[in-house]
Design a binder for this molecule. Sequence first.
Ligand code: SAH
Length: 199
Amino acid sequence: MDMEEKGIKDPQVLTAMAKVPRHRFVLPDDLSYAYEDQPLPIGYGQTISQPYIVALMTQLLELKDTDRVLEVGTGSGYQTAILAEIARKVYTIEIIPPLAHKARQTLESLGYTNIEFRIGDGYYGWEEAAPFEAIIVTAAHEEIPSPLQKQLAEGGRLVLPVGPANAIQILWRILRRNGIYHKENHGFVRFVPFVRKKS
Ligand code: SAH
């Protein structure tokens, strides 16, 4: 797929997308589809995102190599790898333990050393490591989780799908400038639901 034709222009994103071996993040049965521009199942009712959407969300984060990034929804770890290629450090949270374990194994076997893993409900973010220059959420919630917005550094970017589960959602980018949050609509997307841990 021609990422540039679809509007992906950030050279760091294009380089990372070309470098990360997506076939390492898909199920054995889907190896032949690994480089198609489509989401694929990863088990537990979850999916590895479509490469174009991964590239678009990463581009919207406007990452610098000094940035620390929070990711909610590790899933396969593919998006995590793209972030780890560009940013200084990635903090990633996944609510389904076996997916978290598998992603960690894959990412460690690929040699990434700048990723911190956590299992749990990402709604609350990662308070001890906040604030983050960039935050990305890869599951759709009905509204913007307020703890995540609060953990955004001044000048930071939050990119996330918002909308009802199992329907079309909107991809939002929230920019924090001088303590004020600016919201930009980046079009329609479809993500798996954001799940809340029952306490
Ligand atoms: N970027 C991932 C997307 C995986 S799908 C990839 O491309 O592989 C979204 C993931 O978010 C799923 O693995 C799901 O279990 C996880 N998720 C859903 N709700 C969550 C929550 N509250 N906290 C952390 N992870 C969550």
